[in-house]
Write a protein that binds this ligand. Structure first.
Ligand code: NI
Length: 137
């Protein structure tokens, strides 16, 4: 047994607004700053999807990265790219679209559909400097 971690990276852009409707406008402005801007703003996101498993003896693959690309495109990228995370995305309905909440929601979309190996981690980068990693825990 030799566990190997393989990663597929995808990129997309999406709009959002961080706003907690339970709180005052002042609280939202103070807490979220520019991300509370009323007329939305966008980010260029990068998502790294890591699957762990033993390489298959016949293919040498943990997972066919072409299959993983198709899955991530179907379940995530096709729904979020050039979309508004607050308004357009079924799996983000009612979710405050922070990087943290977004990466958890993406995990829930992918977890049960990985054809071989196991989903190990997702790293979602909102900017070059800011990212969130989730391991399903
Ligand atoms: Ni933002």
């Amino acid at each position: 047994m030799a566990k190997v971690y393989v990663t597929r990276k995808v990129q997309f852009n999406a709009a959002h607004r961080l706003h907690n409707p339970e709180k005052s406008d002042e609280w939202n402005r103070r807490t979220f700053g520019k991300c509370n801007s009323p007329n939305w703003h966008g980010h260029n996101y990068t998502l790294e999807v890591t699957v762990v498993g033993d390489p298959d003896p016949e293919t040498g693959y943990v997972i066919d990265l072409g299959d993983l690309k198709k899955l991530v495109n179907e379940k995530v990228v096709s729904k979020v790219d050039h979309a508004n995370l607050n308004l357009d995305v079924d799996f983000m309905e009612g979710v405050l679209p922070s990087t943290e909440n977004f990466v958890i929601a993406i995990w829930n979309e992918l977890e049960d559909h990985i054809p071989s190996g196991q989903l190990h981690s997702l790293r979602l980068r909102e900017t070059d400097n800011n990212s969130a990693e989730y391991r399903g825990e």
